[in-house]
Design a protein around this ligand. Structure first.
Ligand code: PMP
Length: 398
């Protein structure tokens, strides 16, 4: 019956984890997958999450959530992103709990496909998180890449980015990374965000914010929400897809939030009803545990303060690893300029390593990374960073 089914290719990122698991060398290092590890290379349960879990134990039922999730969670999650931006103050934001960031993106794209009255082509940055293209296509939409990264400066190509926003037809859809752009780690400055927003508003483009790293990027949840709050206060048409995988360390709990800014509370009612109609045949209702954890933390000032410390601890460790890696590369005698690694932000560094360097790192040094030269900074720690620096210096020697 299924004899005509061809074997598909392995997932580019998860395939690397498989290869890492098979490697028996004790020095092996996994810099592929974007999941936080502490300085001993172990996954972490945040202290705030641990406390919330002990509180939740007291209400151990396993009832279904409503289709749109736990109301307390969606409210708290939405205000974490928007703070007191005007659409939220005016009760003009429709929100629905989602299956982490991926689920928020998938549901948001389904909503756009069904209801956006203009062209359903989604502009995405080049490069972007690998799953964006598949999510867009899976939702029956098309994508077009816009210029974002400049390989020469290893920074943002703001001129071409603005040029392409300007030349796109009015009411186009632009996917933006709210902070900690994946894979490049290159974000616009606050002034550049203002320019982007101003032009987007003039063109009446719809902004879709993928917000997977709030707090995780700079260690400051408000700073990382700058772009989202700017667009919201300027009444830019926008949709936000939040993930709580990284900033709460709740990867496998699949907890996220999709929010659509509307023009009136009546519009919120209509949009919310349609988001539920879209979610119901896909998965009926979202999982309960993650929403309980996040809402317990965000709804309790003491736990929230603890969480702000927890998320900053993770961000700071990564920021320290960036400077350690660069210092070690220099002390090993590397003649390349690695300063971009310190300038980049978030989970990843976009090293500029070529595919042949990546292959050599994997084959000879047991260091695993994606072929675009992206490394997960969270995979580095005080015990392996020197080994990694030495290997990178060796494979990139002139
Ligand atoms: N967007 C970006 C840019 C990401 O890096 C990720 C996680 N790798 C996601 C969305 C979604 O992740 P999740 O579905 O685990 O929340």
């Amino acid at each position: 019956q299924w004899s005509s089914v061809p074997k598909g290719p392995p997932d580019a990122i998860l395939g690397i984890s498989e290869a890492f698991k098979r490697d028996k060398n004790p020095r092996k290092v996994n810099l592929g997958v974007g999941a936080y590890r502490d300085d001993s290379g172990k996954p972490v349960i945040l202290p705030s999450v641990q406390k919330a879990k002990s509180i939740i134990l007291e209400t151990p039922d396993h009832e279904y959530l409503p289709i749109d999730g736990l109301n307390k969670f969606t409210q708290l999650a939405t205000s974490l992103a928007y703070d007191n931006a005007s659409p939220l103050k005016d009760h003009r934001v429709a929100s629905i709990q989602s299956l982490s960031g991926t689920g928020a993106l998938r549901l948001g794209m389904a909503f756009i496909k069904r209801f956006y009255p203009y062209s359903g082509k989604v502009y995405i940055p080049n490069p972007t998180w690998g799953n964006h293209k598949a999510i867009i296509q899976h939702s029956g939409l098309e994508f077009i890449e816009y210029t974002y990264y400049d390989p020469n400066t290893k920074g943002l190509n703001i001129e071409d980015f603005l040029g392409e926003i300007d030349s796109a037809p009015k009411n186009s859809i632009f996917l933006l990374h709210a902070c900690a752009h994946n894979p490049t780690g290159v974000d616009p400055s606050q002034d550049q965000w203002r320019e982007i927003q101003d032009l987007m508003a003039r063109k009446q483009h719809l902004a879709i914010f993928d917000m997977a790293y709030q707090g995780f990027a700079s260690g400051d949840v408000d700073k990382d929400a700058f772009a989202v709050r700017l667009f919201a206060n300027e009444e830019n048409p926008m949709i936000v897809m939040q993930s709580f995988a990284k900033n709460f360390g709740l990867y496998g709990e699949r907890i996220g939030n999709l929010s659509v800014v509307c023009n009136s509370s009546q519009e919120v009612d209509r949009v919310s009803s349609q988001l539920k109609i879209l979610a119901r045949p896909m998965y009926s209702n979202p999982p309960i545990y993650g929403s309980r954890i996040v809402s317990t933390i965000l709804g309790n000032p003491e736990l929230k303060n603890q969480w702000l410390v927890d998320v900053k601890t993770m961000a700071d460790r990564i920021i320290n690893m960036r400077s350690s890696l660069v210092k070690l590369l220099e002390s090993k005698g590397s003649l390349h300029d690695w300063s971009h690694i310190v300038k980049q932000i978030g989970m990843f560094a976009y090293t500029g390593l070529l595919p042949e360097n990546c292959n050599e790192l994997m084959d000879k040094h047991h260091i695993y990374l994606t072929m675009d030269g992206r490394i997960s900074m969270a995979g580095l720690n005080s015990k392996n960073v020197e080994y990694v620096a030495e290997a990178i210096e060796t494979v990139t020697r002139f």
